[in-house]
Design a protein around this ligand. Structure first.
Ligand code: PEP
Length: 250
């Protein structure tokens, strides 16, 4: 059975009413056996969504975390807090945080390590910008970003990598299927070189694609070589669209 991850990043959407309605609609949908799905609401809705997810097959994730364990870090949320709130996953290094909050790959790496220490699975985002794509330097850029963002001891840890070309996020544009596979293969080659993933017990690094995934393109993206799932932004805010994407992974 080929496992596919369908992850819904709500970004800064999902106050109480919307969060409850959206979660209830997704919970009512029958998740196919081979699909692992999770929703990533904003911090303030984590508890309410967690209570709606009890007894469902859908996991909870957060959109960011601190790299620190605790202390004088006003406004930050630790990975232990997220674990206590019921999270299984946490996104780190989303391009919006890299761009809007100047997050470096070094910080992303430390966030991923903090997540693993707390028993969470980090979803580490990497991806080229439009300049890197157009100048043909995207594979070098992604290689550097991935290597710099990987947690140390990556070989014995569980994490997910999300390939999200910055220019594809929220734009309606996507790379071709061949281009997606090219990048996923490049990332996979770094993992087997850096982490000997295949040699380590149950550790399997999933590489998911994100950027303008919709019900119309999900099936072919999910069927592409090297694609272990999708990270969905906009379309994860509409239960019908998100459930269609889940269905297309069956
Ligand atoms: C995202 O922000 O992770 C994302 C993939 O967004 P969208 O699906 O809206 O492009």
């Amino acid at each position: 059975m080929t496992i596919k991850h369908i992850l819904g990043n709500w970004k800064m959407h999902g106050q109480k009413k919307q969060a409850i309605e959206l979660t209830q609609a997704i919970v009512a949908f029958k998740i196919p056996e081979n699909v692992k799905t999770a929703v990533f609401p904003p911090f303030t809705s984590l508890h309410i969504v967690a209570s709606e997810l009890i007894a469902s097959k859908i996991a909870l994730g957060a959109q960011d975390c601190s790299n620190e364990i605790g202390g004088a870090f006003t406004g930050d949320i630790s990975t232990l807090m997220l674990a206590e709130a019921g999270c299984k996953y946490v996104i780190v290094g989303h391009s919006e945080r890299r761009a809007q909050h100047n997050e470096s790959s070094e910080l992303v790496k430390h966030k991923a390590e903090a997540a693993i220490s707390a028993g969470l699975i980090p979803v580490i985002c990497v991806g080229e910008n439009i300049g890197e794509r157009e100048s043909g330097t995207y594979l070098q850029a992604i290689t550097k970003q991935t290597k710099d963002s990987l947690p140390s001891l990556a070989h014995s840890s569980k994490f997910i990598i999300a390939y999200e070309p910055v220019w594809a996020i929220g734009s309606g544009k996507t790379p071709s299927l061949a281009e997606i596979t090219e990048v996923h293969k490049t990332i996979a080659s770094l993992l087997s070189y850096d982490t000997s993933v295949a040699k380590h017990d149950a550790v399997k690094t999933a590489i998911v694609y994100g950027g303008s995934v919709k019900p119309e393109n999900a099936r072919e993206i999910l069927a592409s070589e090297g694609v272990d799932g999708v990270l969905v932004g906009g379309a994860s805010l509409k239960a019908e669209e998100f459930c269609k994407i889940i269905e297309s992974a069956a």
